[in-house]
Ligand binder design. Sequence first.
Ligand SMILES: Cc1ncc(COP(=O)(O)O)c(C=O)c1O
Length: 389
Amino acid sequence: MLDNFDRVKNLPVYVFNVTHELKSKYIDAGIDIIDFSMGNPDQDTPKEIIQELIKGVEEPFAHRYASSQGIDKLRQSMKNWLHNRFDLNLDPKSEIIVTLGSKEGISHLSMAMINAGEKVFVPEPCYPIHKYAFILAGAEIISLNGMSGDLLIDDLKVKLNHHRPKVLILNFPTNPTTDCVNLYFFAEIISLAKKYEFWIIHDFAYADIIFSDKQHPSILQVPGAKDVAVETYSMSKSFNMPGWRIGFVYGNKKLVHALKMIKSYYDYGTYGPIQKACSFALDNYQKFVPQIVKKYKERRDYLSDGLNNIGWEVIKPDATMFIWAKIPKKYSHLNSLKFSELLLNEANISITPGMSFGKLGDEYVRFSLIQENNRVDIALSKLEKILSR
Ligand SMILES: Cc1ncc(COP(=O)(O)O)c(C=O)c1O
């Protein structure tokens, strides 16, 4: 048979395609759906960044292939950003690479690192690519309890007695649980990685979407972390630029080099003017990011207070653009998919079922903070009816 595509044959439908399919019959019928499902920033990219892009597009030679490692100017901006934000000193030539978003970076890095059958430790629940990038690369996945940092580290220690992983992937602040950790946590993980000899990839997509005064640490702030770890950062959330497709992988030289090698075959990097506009964005971080974070904080307060007021007890997250909500007691007999379907069918509200992030998430659903307050009000009054009937 010519259609024996083994690599994709057993993949489940991608999580956001599931929610998209559920809601599309309503959208096709012209029914208004209040959509909290995807972590897809709804606000515009700041105007000045767009202006920089337009300027770049009009420059001579803008149309040419860019470089798959990323242009020097952007890697230099990233170096400065990492220094200013986290006091890190990375070499932009050998320790930083630009990617077409963190999703691409993690995917190609896993392909560069993994030999068939090697084990990878993946916390559950997780952002799907943390697991499937490694499955697609031929790894055996060993799930860790990722419901919180504390549970994760305990489970990691237990599983290290039975398995020798090649890689551990982490993501703090976490999508979907919103969990945050401190530098001691990262230090303990780094020392385990050195003792048991495994690599760490830390996805830092929500590095900036933090609601307390204290910033969330980078794993690379642990002394010696660079020996075993890389981190990924994304322009998608911090700068409202998800469609632009820019992210970074930085840290350990060997891992950066492996990714650079594989990318040199697969791509020529993001369009040059986009890279230049991203350099401008990073150089002017203070001008853009705090306002974006402020908006998420207001939305976090509005939605979590609103849910608590109607009797759906949720924890106010310290970070990310999500609320990770336990299915209310009254509906706890339903799994997360059935409960999400109920909200869609009976209230025209779309949320993401927790099981999309792994079995351990099945008692939860995830709201993204992508709706304005007037839409949240409509959703809350519909939810109140469902909870009180
Ligand atoms: C944890 C996490 N990592 C990565 C991404 C995707 O980032 P990018 O747009 O840079 O590929 C997301 C998007 O929701 C995410 O939540």
